[in-house]
Ligand binder design. Structure first.
Ligand SMILES: Nc1ncnc2c1ncn2[C@@H]1O[C@H](COP(=O)(O)OP(=O)(O)OP(=O)(O)O)[C@@H](O)[C@H]1O
Length: 279
């Protein structure tokens, strides 16, 4: 039985006061186990990103507790937070949007490497690029961001996060800007990482098709409330909550998701490790 890495108990987040109060996350409880891919799915405004920001320690919790390997995330001092961000890394929707487009990928990543000593940093960079399907680092390091596809850029960002060897990777709408084939490619990288590195992945998406494709477990959020959580197969084939049923009914090609998920279940966990072909 794998251990829980992160445990959230009765977590709430409220913004504003009086008439303008917004309860973005309401009394949410869940746990993320070691070596598990979990998705949080819900429509826009359901509180997914707020939850992700609290997991990342970027936003204080209004009430409840969140612990990472037994330590309270909301009570960390500055030093504790720096250590936390070695263990918990994030990948966001728009890779490179905040980076200087006139710098090569090597130069951009050098900034992250400053957190590590030079030699360790260079080794980890090669290793991390290998994990996301770039066996020859020069293929990407000497190029400019605009010379890479969206999927390649997002894989570089995942490599950047991996350099810290995190225990938990939070991917917030990390595939939303990609077209379908690149999206599947990045989703496959995330599931491969779980198998290769024993990492826990928290994947945030508004798309229940992607959620079920990539996840071991799915957490469904509606208006800040976690209305359902369960194994991906159970959520797809036997959704309990009316909101989950509605999200599933809106997926135009759900049969494809079902086929993929069935294949994954019947082939066992190693099946998703065989994604040799990457875009
Ligand atoms: N800093 C903030 N101040 C006030 N309200 C906020 C703030 N951040 C989020 N909210 C509100 O909290 C609710 C949840 O927002 P959140 O961004 O977490 O949802 P989401 O599910 O991630 O949506 P999306 O997919 O559109 O990003 C929304 O009603 C939003 O307007």
């Amino acid at each position: 039985m794998s251990e829980d890495v992160l445990v959230a108990s009765g977590v709430s987040k409220t913004f504003g006061h009086g008439k303008n109060v917004v309860e973005a996350v309401k009394d949410v409880s869940f746990a993320l186990a070691e070596n598990e891919v979990v998705t949080v799915v819900g429509e826009s405004g359901s509180g997914k990103s707020t939850l992700a920001r609290m997991v990342l320690g970027l936003m204080p919790i209004t009430s409840g507790t969140m612990t990472f390997r037994g330590n309270d995330v909301s009570k960390m001092n500055a030093r504790g937070r720096t250590d936390y961000w070695k263990d918990v890394q994030a990948v966001f929707q728009d890779p490179f949007s905040s980076f200087n487009q006139f710098f090569t990928v090597r130069r951009l990543l050098a900034r992250s490497m400053r957190l590590l000593d030079d030699k360790v940093g260079a080794e980890r960079l090669e290793e991390a690029l290998g994990h996301v399907g770039f066996p020859n680092p020069a293929d990407v390091l000497d190029r400019y961001p605009h010379e890479l596809s969206g999927g390649q850029r997002q894989r570089v960002m995942i490599a950047r996060a991996l350099m810290m060897r995190p225990k938990l990777l939070v991917a917030d709408e990390a595939t939303s800007m990609l077209d379908a084939s690149l999206r599947v490619n990045v989703l496959n990288v995330l599931t491969d990482l779980r198998e290769q590195l024993g990492m826990t992945v928290l994947f945030i998406t508004h798309d229940i098709g992607q959620a079920c494709y990539v996840a071991d477990r799915v957490l469904v959020m509606e208006h800040g409330v976690m209305v359902e959580q369960g194994r991906a197969e159970d959520v797809i084939f036997n959704p309990q909550h009316e909101y989950t049923q509605r999200l599933l009914a809106d997926v135009p090609k759900l049969h494809e998701v079902q086929d993929l998920t069935r294949a994954r279940v019947s082939d066992g966990p190693s099946a998703s490790g065989a994604h040799a072909q990457r875009v």
